[in-house]
Design a protein around this ligand. Sequence first.
Ligand code: SF4
Length: 730
Amino acid sequence: MGLLPYFCGKDCGGDACPLLAEVEAGRVVGMHHNPAAGQWIRACGKGMRAHIEHYSPNRITKPLVRRGPRGSGDFVEASWDEALALVARRLSEIRAESRLGAVMSIASAGSTGALHNTEVLALRFLNAIGGAVHVSGNYSSNAANYALARMFGASVGESGFDPASLAFSNLIVLWGANPLEARLGAELPSRLVEAKKRGSRIVAIDPRYSRSARGLGAEWIPVRPGTDPALGYALLYEIVNSPQYDHEYVAERAEGFDALVRFVLGEIDGIPKSPQWAAPICGIEESMIRRLARLWWQEQPVMLIPGYSIQRVEYGEEAFRLTVAIQLAAKNSGKLGASNGSINNRLPGITIAKMREIPESIPSETVYSAKVPVLRWADAVLNPQQYGLGKIRMLYSAGGNFLNQGANIQKNIEAFEAVDFAVCHELFLTPTARYSDVVLPAADPFEKEDIGIPWAGDYVLYKPKIFEPEGMARSDFQIFSELAERLGAKEIFTGGKNESQWIAYLMAESGIPDIEAFKQSGFYAMPQRLRAGLDAFFADPASNPLQTKTGKIEFSSPLWTYEMARFWEQRNGAKEDNAAKEDDTAPKGNADPKAPKKGQGELSDGSSFKLLTPKVAEFVHSQRGAFPDSAKKARIHMHPEDLALIGATEGAVLSIWNDYGAVLAVASLDANIRRGTVWLEEGVWAEPENGLDPNGSANMLTSDRGTLESTSCIMHGIEVWIELPPGARS
Ligand code: SF4
């Protein structure tokens, strides 16, 4: 067959990367860069190994029905007729006995694309049969989305930049961003490498000297995890106190900025948020902060690229309020080579039609819909009255692995154990699948025709269906169609079209000029554009107002200001009380005697550390967890002196634990991390027993409490204790 267009559509911050699949004698023998996409838009190593997933011996190829206890992995194979009849019957019974709100969708973005988007397909199916409880928000960028929408209103979608504009950047600041490993679009990595070659100065603000920082030879500002807002206040303090600061310029473009500045200057709580104030909080030199602030004026245009990590912490919303404030105050916003401090999502570009969550033939007001924040899905199952819900009796998962990827795995297991019935579409027997009653085998990306829509970038992709689904697997569209037919809603769900007809319809509705050429090459892009988001607004705000109430960026938030004052006051107090433990240059041993002891024996010498749970090159969330080339047990990366402090050496299996659970992980040395901070590879599948996961799944240690206003996840800066398990001590 030769080379066929393919795209990797994983929900990783790439979302659609162009590739060619080399097919010989009915097998994919290799993946290649698609030359039609040019030199900048490139797949990562995971995309280049996509065929390994296709041929994995661990694929589920037959419907499975649970026989043993939940989580045991004891299933019996079933025919499609038996499995679909069971799911349709339980859906009907539960909805008849209870209400539509007794079913919760925990579908997610395991498969993306204009048609085969698992989250959309699941919602469309459940809406076609009357509705269900859905989750709102996401685990990725919820706090940032919340803050940015408040500041930019409906103009938020125009607040990014075209990656090609990095050609104009003098200074690039990666603030908690690691885009060479955890992608922020498929074009950004190559543009960063090019900018470095061209001579741009690159600074990385990060507790780790990340792969991107190393690869780009960045200057390192090693902040303590979760203290980015304190650094942001101090930078703003320096910027607004500099002679270049133009108050009138800012006032014309921002509402509520004065209150933020008064807070930063200490006029609200009596504490100036100066570099002197921030340095001990952030664990860096005061002079380092002053130097960095000066660069904001000296090295313009400054491309500030905030990563998701700075908002996956306590008060994560505040980090993004400050990235926007700093760029505005230093007159960097709206300029080529700079950024607005926003998330760089897709700027307006090619129009792409997508399947809708609510079928076209039914009015949205007739569909039942209740929403709970995604972070609290398990809590809503266990305490529905707190969310205004009745008892939730059924969970429906497609393209998701919430049991593993949602915060607080032990609570997630309790939620699965509390429902009457759980169904899941899957390629592999993930932890979520193991706790389900029925597992329906889903087709993989080589087995589905689709249109790819990138997370950022002015292009779209196409792939044909290269193979028929493996074994008895079926596409999610087909599974939902057949279930809908059993429930009398097939025509509503499908809209009268099969998969190929949907693809033809979506292409025809999209702004792709030559569909045949697009299908041949698999790639269509707008002529290269160099856009700085919202440039017209920043150049002339009166003539080009934002879509906000005031037409300006809205910083006002009494809650933010006063709540943040209280938070930093408390945090400072805690620091003084606990100065020894917070001193990263010398983390002390001795676990807190009041700390929990879960899933392991008595502790004697554990030490408290701040845990990061970053995305790593091997996994996309928990995808690839079943791969032969992925580690089964996670590694915990520690500074050599910290590892020595707990009496362990590289390769030792360590216990890591806190209030939420305990894991085992393999010690790995990382001299490029600040002392007192450790990082655990995220994505490994949990198999916990009695609160201890031997595989090291990160969400055994995370909480579903969430951030200040937006109930977003906290995945970094988590306090944990680490020690050699009792049996391993000499
Ligand atoms: S960046 Fe994401 S979408 Fe692109 S190839 Fe890698 S895993 Fe696939």
